[in-house]
Design a protein around this ligand. Sequence first.
Ligand SMILES: NC(=O)c1ccc[n+]([C@@H]2O[C@H](COP(=O)([O-])OP(=O)(O)OC[C@H]3O[C@@H](n4cnc5c(N)ncnc54)[C@H](OP(=O)(O)O)[C@@H]3O)[C@@H](O)[C@H]2O)c1
Length: 342
Amino acid sequence: MSENGAPAGTGASGHPLAGARPALRFDIALPDLGGRRALVTGGNSGLGFETALRLAAAGAEVTITARSRQKGVDAASRLRALLQAAPDARGAGRAGEIRLASLDLADLRSIERFADDYSAAGHPLDLLVNNAGVMAVPRRTLTDDGFELQFGTNHLGHFAITGRLMPLLLRADAPRVVTLSSGAHWAGRLDFDDLQREHRYNAWAAYGQSKLANLVFAKEFARRSGALGWQITSVAAHPGFSRTNLQSSGPNLGRARPRRMLDRVTALPGFAQSAAEGALPALFAATTPDALGGDYFGPSGLLELSGLPGFAHVAKRAENERAARRLWAVSEELTGVLFPRD
Ligand SMILES: NC(=O)c1ccc[n+]([C@@H]2O[C@H](COP(=O)([O-])OP(=O)(O)OC[C@H]3O[C@@H](n4cnc5c(N)ncnc54)[C@H](OP(=O)(O)O)[C@@H]3O)[C@@H](O)[C@H]2O)c1
């Protein structure tokens, strides 16, 4: 470990996916995850895809969720092909399995259906990565349940899925939940008088609120886990600035003519990191044995935009325990999903 808690970097040689993927500029080594079950929301794209790939290459059985059946099927077959093509993925045939499930986080019924199916066999869940997200939707848009799309998907959807999977998490030996936040949490405010942004909508303010809510949730989850003895390690991570579909999907939602400005910024040399590099903080958060509940990880380079994972800076607002308890209560009320009380 380096001074800021970052792991020692590993070179490209010895990488479990060597030969199947372009080498990263920096990397971390993952422990053997054989026998572990992981679930990554939004695993068909960007960081979720890369996170699922690395977890499976380290031996975990990984379920990716996708809201689009076709995108999910394509991603699952790409993941399986990459794992097969990687001669060192824990030795031929020893990489973990990739599974696919349908989940729309903007629809509470979809979340309930998914959780019922996924829980049917009663297998413990070792790792949940609350990764899916949508950013900077230009016009106020609602989920199927009438929530503002970013707050509804990024926060309430993950709150509900985590709550519904609690029985499986509680059954695991050392369960962990990683929730993706963002540098955008610094600009976020939890407006309890207008969480759904009915009165004043701004695309970035709504995204910032949802990402602050992700971090507040992760920290409150950790406090409750400690107080109630759940023994679930809840941590958060952010990917810095990474080239994914995030920069085009949300900002172009509802636009007849797509705008590509953010895409162009991510393409500037040296500005953004690749999705594979951007997945490292979440992977570190998911696997470092040194993580404590409530920790927040991100890239350790300039302005936390890129680099090896380390501890990330947290806005003071994200540490407000009163606001966290309030957000928790409102989220239970809005989703109808109750976490255990003891
Ligand atoms: N990229 C960055 O620089 C950056 C920076 C800070 C934080 N983050 C966070 O990182 C996470 C992953 O984003 P990414 O950059 O990998 O973006 P991405 O490539 O756009 O992937 C986002 C994933 O979320 C899924 N998703 C969106 N709405 C959903 C819904 N209603 N139900 C289920 N899944 C849904 C997407 O599905 P579709 O493919 O169907 O759209 C996709 O699989 C997000 O939480 C984001 O806020 C990213």
